[in-house]
Ligand binder design. Structure first.
Ligand code: CUK
Ligand code: CUA
Length: 763
């Protein structure tokens, strides 16, 4: 009865508000707020450029690596509102990732030598490209610590695949997509024997190697194809970042390196540390690889396999003209191909210059076999003079470069000086600088590594936040700073704390290139992207029993779990498959069982599975972990793990309350009154142009479903009443009312939406 009064109160209040209009005497003026909070006009302008009113949308979506969290962080630009953490290399309970059997299989794909690795150091995300532009279909990211690459489908923002690198012990230079996502590049970092076996450090030069893997991407399957993937064996320099050529440099890849000294530290052996020996030379090497020609050799069967994977040896790469080196500034970092594909910019981390290489010059040197010599492994070296276009002093400790929509304009992150430098790589002029808080690593402009950068905003991914935020202990959040780059001088707009690992790189895509799902097809295995063999339909739920094994095929819908009682015997293997029957947007149900380390996230349409051994007799409540409706707390059940040899007692279920005919009739009266409220809401909706609002249409569809369930429950109540079974008549009448409440809830949501969107009265 209380709920119905509330429903009526909501309706009344809505009517009053409409009459009273929206003028409110207590509103402060902007001036008053600015004074009270000590805000300048510049602050208010920055706020106005980033603020998104309720229900509004951002223009860009940013995918940031989650660093040591092993995840991907998704946020909107310019609002900097965090929208999602995508579980990638690390279990993520909210999404059931690493808890349901379907996603456990994805994580198992990333096992290394049979060992589960549930940590990742996610580094460089890359969005799939078509003709050098983001196409919004897939996201790739690498794990530096345990060299692996993951594929995330942007249809549902779920991780679909993790593949370990067959040769490396660490990676850094991934992921970078070639212009049509033919391949995804993954470069190694710390040299190690490619066969994964032991070799003493004394044999570093002969036995240790770096490498660069070109993972073949099968777009149709949406998966990387290890069978068609090939790896370049590279010298034991510490290969760093990569980028794929485009336009004139299409078909080539560029990978920088540090420690081409091949120095091995060992403080405990009395040797100066790595940092001393790895930065002693004035230059390192950029590696230039021809992946198109390499792919042709693979296709022609001319590349051998090691451990079942194509490996192009250094000797073969030299013989086939696939690999060249060019000196780079001391301890280089960043390796960024310009939007037109004509230039490659490398920054000298221990230098103050950004070095602009010309692909035309590189190509001329290769074609003219103009080499200044060969490295210790016989790889031809193109001289710096032959390949360099210019070097520009941009500040101390430059790292990464991103591009603007304006031709030639780019931005370089300056680590030591804590600033962003805006400059022109074609004219060599520095245009502007902006201080950063503090020590910026990567930076990112909107679609800034495609052939058509959008400019507009820049995000500085800072390594230190220090004093920017309220203190939360010695471990500080990261600081992503949003910068307006739509004018000649850069303006800082916003500091966003990121409390989840240290993001390295991030990529941003225009929102209109994405078209994510709202629901899955019914009974969907989202990780394998096909109908689940374990799906169940309403009314077809079942439990299969075999000796030692119980398998449940159940369903979830507001607000009950079918089955509500699961009986097993101690020691049984239990498999529970649950299908969310909802079609409504955002009607996710969760599922957890006490003490079994189980947590499912079952989005509308999805089928997810949990499996475990019921190894201890006891009573284990289970429930839905998403607050899905007013009766969410009642979305519950019991797993009964019976001791071996347990004999069921035949006693009747004890009733807490016995219901009479009067109780039944009172409930029916309530239901009839509720129906009146529903009818009023329906009348409001149908008297407006609701069909023009997709959100309302979806709500109406869901409400119609709920009314259908209400009709079924009503039928059952009436049948029981006919047989004078007042207990069941009352309970089914109450279930009928539960469905009505859900209908009314949806109806009121639809009504509010129509009122707020200024729907027109049509009759
Ligand atoms: S890296 Cu350059 S600042 Cu891309 Cu791992 Cu972090
Ligand atoms: Cu379903 Cu709570």
């Amino acid at each position: 009865m209380r709920l119905i009064n509330r429903l009526k109160a909501v309706l009344l209040l809505t009517a009053i508000c409409t009459l009273a209009g929206s003028s409110a005497a207590w509103t402060q003026t902007l001036q008053e707020v600015m004074q009270e909070r000590g805000l300048t006009e510049k602050d208010v302008l920055a706020a106005a450029k980033t603020y998104i009113p309720t229900g509004g949308r951002d223009e860009y979506l940013c995918f940031s690596s989650g660093g040591q969290s092993g995840q991907v962080i998704v946020y909107g630009i310019p609002s900097m509102r965090i929208l999602k953490y995508i579980g990638v290399f690390t279990p993520e309970p909210w999404q059931g990732y690493g808890f349901d059997d379907e996603s456990k299989a994805v994580l198992a794909g990333g096992r290394i030598d049979g060992k589960d690795i549930t940590f990742g150091d996610s580094h460089h995300p890359a969005i799939s490209e078509t003709d050098g532009d983001y196409d919004g279909k897939f996201l790739f990211i690498n794990d530096k610590a345990n060299p692996r690459v993951a594929v995330i489908d942007l249809k549902d923002f779920e991780t679909k695949q993790i593949v370990p690198n067959p040769f490396f012990q660490s990676d850094h230079g991934g992921c970078f997509a070639t212009p049509n996502t033919e391949y995804v590049m993954e470069g190694s970092q710390y040299p190690a024997p490619l066969d994964g076996e032991f070799a003493p450090l004394e044999e570093f030069n002969e036995k240790y190697r770096g490498g660069l893997t070109y993972w073949k991407f099968d777009r149709e399957a949406g998966r990387l194809d290890p069978e068609q993937t090939f790896t370049f064996e590279l010298p034991p320099y510490s290969q760093d970042l990569s980028d794929a050529g485009k336009g004139p440099s299409y078909g080539w890849g560029f990978t920088n390196s540090f420690c081409s000294e091949r120095y091995v530290g060992g403080i405990e052996r009395g040797r100066p540390p790595f940092e001393a020996g790895c930065s002693s030379k004035d230059t390192d090497f950029m590696h230039v690889t021809n992946w198109v020609k390499a792919a042709e050799l693979v296709a022609a069967g001319k590349v051998g396999k090691v451990k079942g994977h194509y490996l192009i040896s250094i000797a073969q790469a030299i013989a086939e003209d696939l690999l060249f080196l060019i000196p780079e500034p001391k301890s280089p970092h960043g390796c960024d191909v310009s939007p037109d594909g004509a230039s490659i910019i490398v920054a000298g981390k221990l230098d103050s210059h950004a070095w602009v290489y010309s692909f035309v010059k590189i190509k001329a040197a290769i074609d003219g076999r103009n080499f200044e010599g060969y490295d210790a492994y016989g790889i031809p070296i193109i001289s710096l003079e032959a390949a360099l276009d210019k070097s520009v002093s941009v500040g101390l400790g430059p790292l990464h470069t991103q591009f603007d929509s304006e031709d030639g304009v780019c931005y370089t992150s300056i680590y030591v000086d804590s600033q962003i430098t805006k400059w022109n790589y074609k004219t060599g002029k520095v245009l502007d600088t902006l201080p950063i808080h503090y020590n910026v690593g990567h930076l990112m402009t909107m679609e800034g590594d495609t052939k058509n950068p959008d400019g507009k905003f820049l995000v500085a991914l800072n390594k230190l936040a220090i004093d920017r935020f309220d203190p939360v202990g010695p471990l500080h959040p990261q600081n992503h700073q949003l910068i307006d780059i739509s004018h000649p001088t850069m303006t800082l707009l916003y500091d966003m704390p990121l409390p989840l690992g240290e993001p390295h790189y991030a990529v941003s895509i225009k929102m209109d290139k994405l078209d994510p799902l709202v629901r899955y097809k019914s009974g969907w295995d989202s990780r394998q992207e096909k109908r689940s063999e374990f799906r169940a339909r309403a009314g077809r739920e079942r439990t299969d029993r075999q000796p030692g094994k119980v398998e449940v095929f159940g369903t979830l819908i507001r607000s009950h779990i079918t089955p509500e009682i699961i009986e097993v015997t101690e020691g049984d293997k239990v498999l529970i498959h649950l299908t969310n029957l909802e079609r409504a947007e955002d009607e996710v149900h969760g599922f957890s069982i006490s003490g079994q380390n189980i947590q499912l996230s079952v989005e509308p349409g999805k089928t997810a599975s949990a499996s475990f051994v019921a190894d201890k007799a006891g009573v284990y409540p289970y429930y839905c972990t998403e607050f899905c409706s007013a009766l969410h707390l009642e979305m519950e059940g019991y797993l009964l793990v019976q001791p071996k040899g347990y004999q069921a007692v035949t006693a009747e279920m004890q009733q807490g309350v016995a219901y009479s005919k009067e109780d039944y009739l009172t409930q029916v009266a309530t239901n009839e009154a509720t129906q009146e409220v529903i009818d009023q809401v329906v009348a409001f909706i149908t008297s407006h142009n609701y069909q023009e609002f997709p959100t309302v249409l979806a709500l109406v569809e869901d409400a119609t479903d709920q009314l259908g369930f209400a009709a079924e429950a009503k039928q059952k109540a009436e049948t029981a009443a006919t047989g004078n079974d007042w207990q069941n008549a009352m309970l089914w009448a109450n279930q009928w009312w539960q469905y009505q409440v859900k209908t009314a809830d949806l109806g009121l949501r639809a009504k509010t939406f129509l009122e707020e969107s200024g729907a027109k009265k049509i009759k």
